[in-house]
Design a protein around this ligand. Sequence first.
Ligand SMILES: Cc1ncc(COP(=O)(O)O)c(C=O)c1O
Length: 471
Amino acid sequence: MKKHPLARLDQRHLWHPFTQMRDWLKGEPLVIERGKGALLWDARGREYIDANSSIWTNLHGHNHPSINAAIRTQLTKVAHTSALGLANEPAAQLGQALVKLANPRTGLAKRQPRLAKVFYSDDGSTAVEVALKLAYEFARRTGRARKPRFLSLDGAYHGDTVGAVSAGHIDLFHKAYSGMLFKTDKVMSPYCYRCPFNKAKPERGDARDSRNCQFECIDKVEQRFASRKQRGSNYAAMLLEPGLQGPAGMIAQPEGWLRRVAEIARGHGAQLIADEVMTGLGRAANRFFASHDEGVQPDYLCLAKGLTGGYLPMAATLTTQEVFDAFLGDYAEFKTFFHGHSYTGNQLGSAASLASIGLLKTAAPHRKKLAANLRAEARRLWCLPQVGDIRQAGCVLAVELVRDWRTREPFALAEQAGIRVCDGLAKRGVLTRPVGNVIVVMPPFCTTQRQVKKIFAALHDAIDETLTQNR
Ligand SMILES: Cc1ncc(COP(=O)(O)O)c(C=O)c1O
C-alpha cells in the first residue's frame, strides 16, 4: 500500500521528539485525524483507544464539549496577550481556582505551607525550571545557602530544559549533556520491585504489597541529608514526583514513604518541590494531588500536562507567600524574578484549564470507576510469565515486562521489548508508549469498562505474541 500523503509529508519535513528517526522513516507513521472521548481515529479511518492520554496530558477525553466551548468563547474575545505588563481575565480566574484546589481544608499534616501564588509557564520542563530557580534564589536571599544545591531521586526525569535535566538522573537521556549541566545529588527511589533491601521473593502481585524491608530507602534519604550537613551545608530543596515516579518507570511509592521523606527534608531546613506534572490534577492520586494523599504540601507545586485537560501547552508553578515576598523590593534592588515566556498566562490555555478544573470537581466517580476497572482487568495479565510487576496509583497502571517473573531478569533496552509490545497493541487498536520495559496504561477518566477490557485483552495478546510465542 502506498504511504498516506500526510505520512509522507511528515517524514519529509519533521523531526520527532525522543524518536530514532531512522526507524520512523522506515514505516508509515499513524496520522491522527480526530478524537472523541477516549478514542482517536487516524487518517485511514482506523479507530484506537488512547491508552496513554496522548503522553499523559488528556484528562477528560478528546473533543470535550465543555472545554471546546470554553476555548470557543475565549476565541471570540482574544486569543493571547502578554503577561509582561498586562493582566487578563481567564489567567487571573485560573490563579484563584488553582490556589483553591491546591489548599484543601482537611487532610494535610500539621504545619504544612499554604500555596498562595501562581507563576505560569508553558510545559512541564519550564514549570520545574521555575521552581528550581525560585528555590535557588530563595535559599540565597534568606541566607540558607550561598551555593544552593538540590537533591532528587535516582532515575528521575523532570523535563528537558537545562535545570530540569540537571536534576534528572536518566543516563540515556541526560549523559550527553553533562557538560552543560550543574551538579545535583541523587538518592535511591523506593522501587520496591527492584529494591536491593526488599527480601520478599517475586510474587504475582504489586511488589509493594509483599515488601519485606525496614524502609531502608528512607534511611538513605536521612543519610544523604546528614552527610550534606556534615560538610557544613544543606540542600536548598528536594525535588521529587510524589506518589509515582513516572518517566523513571512508573515507580509507585509505598504508603508512608513521601510523608516521612518530606519530614526529613524539612527537618533539615530544605524546601520541597513537588513535580506533579504527571501525577497531579487527579491522575495518580485519590485526591487532586498525589502530595496530598500523604498529607504533604510542598513549597513548590509544578503542574502542566493535564492542566488544560490536554488541550494546550500551559504550566503553573505554585508557591508560598514567603517565597513571593523574597522577591519584593524597590525596583533598583533588582529582586525581580527575571524569568518568563512569551505565552505566559495565555488566555486560551487559561480558559481551557478553568473548564478542565470545573470538570475535575465532578470527576471523582469516573476516576474511581476507572481505577477499579484498571485494577480488575489487569489481573488477567498475571498468567503471562513476562509480566513481573503490576503497579497502580490512581488512574495510572504500569506493567513491568521481564524475561521471567521468577527471576525478575530485565530485557536489555536494545531488545525494545516495550516498544515491540506497544507496536502489537497499536495493531490491535490501542495506543500507548512504553517507558523502557514498562507498559503504561493511563487512559482518560471517561474511558469505559468495555474500553478498559479491550485495552487489557489487547495487552495480553500483544505480550503473548511478542514475548512468549517468539521466545
Ligand atoms: C514528571 C514529569 N516532569 C516533567 C516533565 C516534562 O514535561 P514537558 O514534556 O511538558 O516539558 C514530564 C514529561 O513527561 C514528566 O513526566
